[in-house]
Design a protein around this ligand. Structure first.
Ligand SMILES: NC(=O)C1=CN([C@@H]2O[C@H](COP(=O)(O)OP(=O)(O)OC[C@H]3O[C@@H](n4cnc5c(N)ncnc54)[C@H](O)[C@@H]3O)[C@@H](O)[C@H]2O)C=CC1
Ligand SMILES: O=C(O)[C@@H]1CCC=N1
Length: 264
């Protein structure tokens, strides 16, 4: 029995992924703060929606998907009811396995996960790290849960905040880029819908080439960049505006913010 505690955007994405991957609704429990939300989840997925403490008692795997700021309160609430040996998977940015272990007590196996919203289309990037009491078996169980909804990579916990900044938040940077490129299309007089289509198909095509060709991104970019041509004119402007440096600074800022999150 798997319980998802805090079924918001990420929790719901994981819930829908588990069901698409063949987990039966009877084997999943969700929890929600508002009654209205609980009703929506029951209707939409046919799962049981219980209190956090009931879910913690019934499930052998808990996925904690509340905001980092709400994690302390959630752990305090469930700590007295988590049976020994329950696998606790924390999906929150910035929350360390030590934070969860200290609040649950005992020798609870904790696995920290950072996934991303493409879990909704089975193309998530999930990175996982073991806490002090999590063994190979617990990492395998976590991988088995996440693999049907995308790619899973084991990383040292010391790299989790960096991974959050890179792939956890990553989809947002691409959506932002698409917005900016569509605006450029508008500036050049294109209809918005056509511009969005062109940019979306370009980003999908580029992503698939990157994933499937095995080529380095520099090689792929150079193949588009003709001497004296249009692409290099654009790249020169991107360099003039320090876009690469902006990405380095932005992702470093996201990493730093992740480090602050557990303290609220
Ligand atoms: N949205 C994203 O792209 C990603 C989010 N995350 C992580 O996932 C977690 C959730 O983020 P979102 O889904 O975006 O936030 P969200 O606000 O959509 O979901 C959190 C949900 O938890 C509920 N909640 C809070 N306290 C609760 C409690 N005590 N009992 C039951 N439910 C409770 C809230 O009502 C809300 O529905 C965060 O820790 C975030 O760091 C990780 C990767 C990507
Ligand atoms: O913005 C956030 O804090 C969360 C964590 C990774 C993606 N979204």
């Amino acid at each position: 029995m798997i319980a998802i505690l805090g079924t918001g955007k990420m929790g719901e994405a994981l819930l829908s992924g588990l069901l698409r991957a063949g987990t039966r609704p009877d084997d999943v429990i969700a929890t929600a703060r508002r009654a209205e939300r609980a009703e929506t989840l029951r209707e939409r997925y046919g799962v049981r929606v219980l209190s956090n403490t009931e879910a913690a008692k019934d499930a052998d795997t808990l996925i904690l998907a509340v905001k980092p700021q709400d994690m302390g309160a959630l752990l305090a609430e469930i700590a007295p009811c988590v049976p020994a040996g329950t696998l606790v998977i924390s999906a929150a940015a910035g929350i360390t396995t030590a934070f969860v272990e200290a609040r649950l007590g005992g020798e609870v196996p904790v696995v920290r996960v950072m996934s991303n919203t493409p879990v909704l289309v089975d193309e998530a990037m999930s990175v996982i790290s073991a806490g002090t009491h999590a063994a190979e078996e617990h990492l395998r169980r976590t991988e088995d849960l996440l693999r049907p909804v995308g790619k899973v990579l084991r990383i040292p916990e010391s790299q989790q905040d960096a991974a959050t900044a890179l792939s956890g938040s990553g989809p947002a940077y691409f959506f932002y880029l698409v917005e900016a490129m569509v605006d450029a299309g508008i500036l050049l007089g294109m209809p918005r819908a056509a511009a969005l289509d062109m940019v979306t198909q370009s980003i999908v095509g580029a992503a698939i080439m990157l994933r499937d060709s095995g080529e380095h991104p520099v090689i792929l970019r150079e193949a588009v960049t003709s001497p004296g041509g249009t692409t290099i004119a654009a790249i020169a402007e991107l360099e003039r505006h320090s876009v690469r440096a902006a990405f380095l600074a932005a992702i470093e800022a996201a990493r730093d913010r992740g480090r602050q999150l557990a303290s609220g």
